[in-house]
Design a binder for this molecule. Structure first.
Ligand code: AFD
Ligand code: MN
Ligand code: MN
Length: 432
């Protein structure tokens, strides 16, 4: 389904007066709104191909219909999101679920929608039907060298697909680990995984990055072989300059201080990027900012804080993070919300937290810290967090040709109803 620009213009015309009043108020209150709006305009969030349909729980899926049936339709859906919010300019594919039959045609279709290909994701957490060896006892960690080899070759195949599409990063998430005490020699499992990752790393083009994604738990597991940020950082440091740690917000033990983890990974120049989502109990993959928006804000507060740029990266002017600085991606799974509405809300939440973080007076905050003035430090942070910056985010969208209120336009155009009419209600396996 295409979204004609005149429909966006009509939508914006109807809301413009109210929007300008809110924007004028913020411009009267905040010193550098222009630089905040510019930073927001540059910020692009990659949409996971597997989040465009209903993900389901371990026990079932309740599809709402109109789901993409092909890679082309997944690209069209992300194109629609991007037309609405002008902040979803990339798609992240999962191989083998998204193997392009004609990479040139797929790349051209994505370009038509103004989309790039973000990280490609490998999959050794499921056995594929024609697979010679099973990953039942792990993949890159496996005690059987032939199984490790199969998993290494799969990852290198994924990189090859990514190269054809113009991607520049590989995300490796491993559901390797053990279910019981005694099952694994922890050190051998680490060494096997490291050696396997080193073989994959050696196959990376020079300008690529490898993101080693950690996760503290899986139901039924006793240990994970890439279980926390420390293990991921250890792998990344041993692998080399092209390897980084990927922070999925839902992959921590309850109450982990994620903003502190982000700060230390930044300090080491090993923060690769994020899989944004929200969670209450586990890897719930819920709408970003829907449960703990303050944590999301505190993460962005660390990201925009003045810091020495990473090796080879430009100094982040005024905390402007830019699309290239890290891998910015949503990783969510939808059950009771429309997938596209959920993604619209997630992108909005991320933009809001970024804009709020840019309001923080970092010099005053540092002075408060130097004086152990805890109360003032809190006032500074919460003053920014409690500022309604939605008009700044909307202005960035407006200037980039998007909708002032993407969710309202999505509904008023009856996008989902049109997609159901076009694609039917068959539930499509999205993989996850
Ligand atoms: C699952 C994993 C992990 C991974 C994603 C895509 O928990 O977050 O990034 O699948 O492979 O959600
Ligand atoms: Mn993830
Ligand atoms: Mn996950």
């Amino acid at each position: 389904m295409n979204l004609e620009s005149y429909k966006i213009a009509q939508h914006n015309d109807a809301l413009l007066k109210k929007h300008e009043a809110k924007l004028n108020f913020l411009q009267s209150e905040i010193a550098d709104t222009e630089r905040i709006i510019q930073s927001l305009t540059e910020f692009q969030i990659a949409i996971p191909s597997w989040a465009l349909g209903t993900g389901g729980t371990r026990f079932g899926r309740f599809s709402g219909g109109g789901e993409p049936r092909t890679l082309e339709e997944k690209i069209e859906d992300v194109g629609l999101l991007h037309a609405l919010n002008r902040a979803s300019g990339a798609i992240s594919l999962h191989i083998p679920w998204d193997i392009p039959q004609d990479a040139r045609a797929i790349k051209a279709l994505a370009a038509q929608h103004g989309l790039k290909f973000d990280a490609v994701n490998s999959n050794t957490f499921q056995d594929q039907k024609d697979q010679q060896h099973s990953y039942k006892f792990g993949s890159l960690q496996n005690v059987n060298k032939a199984i490790r080899k199969q998993a290494i070759e799969h990852n290198i195949e994924v990189v090859r697909h990514g190269i054809e599409l113009g991607s520049e990063s590989l995300t490796v998430w491993l559901s390797d680990g053990s279910c019981f005490p005694g099952q694994l020699n922890f050190r051998t499992a680490f060494q096997n995984t490291l050696e396997s990752l080193q073989e994959i790393y050696a196959a990376l083009p020079d300008d690529w990055k490898m993101f080693v994604e950690y996760k503290a738990f899986e139901p039924n597991f006793y240990s994970m072989t890439v279980g926390d940020w420390g293990q991921s950082l250890l792998y990344a440091q041993k692998l080399g300059d092209k390897a980084y740690t990927l922070v999925d917000l839902g992959h921590h033990l309850p109450n982990a201080n994620i903003e502190q983890i982000v700060a230390l990974l930044l300090m080491e120049g090993k923060l690769g990027g994020f899989h944004f989502n929200d969670s209450k109990y586990g890897d719930d993959d819920l709408t970003c900012g829907s449960i703990n928006p303050y944590q999301l804000f505190l993460i962005f507060n660390e990201l925009v804080a003045p810091q020495a740029p990473r090796k080879g990266e430009p100094e982040a002017p005024f905390g402007g993070l830019g699309a290239s600085a890290f891998g910015w991606m949503i990783d969510a799974s939808h059950n009771v919300k429309d997938p596209l509405e959920d993604l619209i809300q997630s992108v909005e939440a991320i933009m809001n937290s970024y804009a709020q973080a840019l309001l923080v007076d970092t010099h005053a905050l540092e002075t408060a810290r130097q004086n152990n003035d805890v109360v003032t430090a809190q006032e500074i942070l919460q003053g920014a967090f409690r500022t309604d910056v939605r008009a700044l985010v909307a202005e960035a969208r407006l200037r980039a040709g998007g909708a002032l209120h993407p969710l309202a336009l999505f509904r008023s155009l009856r996008v989902r109803e049109n997609l159901i009419a076009e694609r039917g209600t068959a539930t499509v396996a999205t993989g996850l």
